[in-house]
Design a protein around this ligand. Sequence first.
Ligand code: SF4
Length: 63
Amino acid sequence: MRIELDEATCSSLGMCEAVAPAFFEVGDDGALVVLQSEAGEEQRALLEQAVAACPTAALRLVP
Ligand code: SF4
């Protein structure tokens, strides 16, 4: 699956990083960096938690 970030919606709050630090990192400039935008099915449960934790609904898993 692919992780999509809507940069316009992201508020760099870092909730996704707290859930899945291997995938998300808020940089020194305050912008969220998606460290890995492709993930296997074994990561789906974790990434769904990260998506659910985002208060601005800026993350999406495709498909
Ligand atoms: S939790 Fe949402 S708003 Fe916060 S950094 Fe992650 S994607 Fe951006």
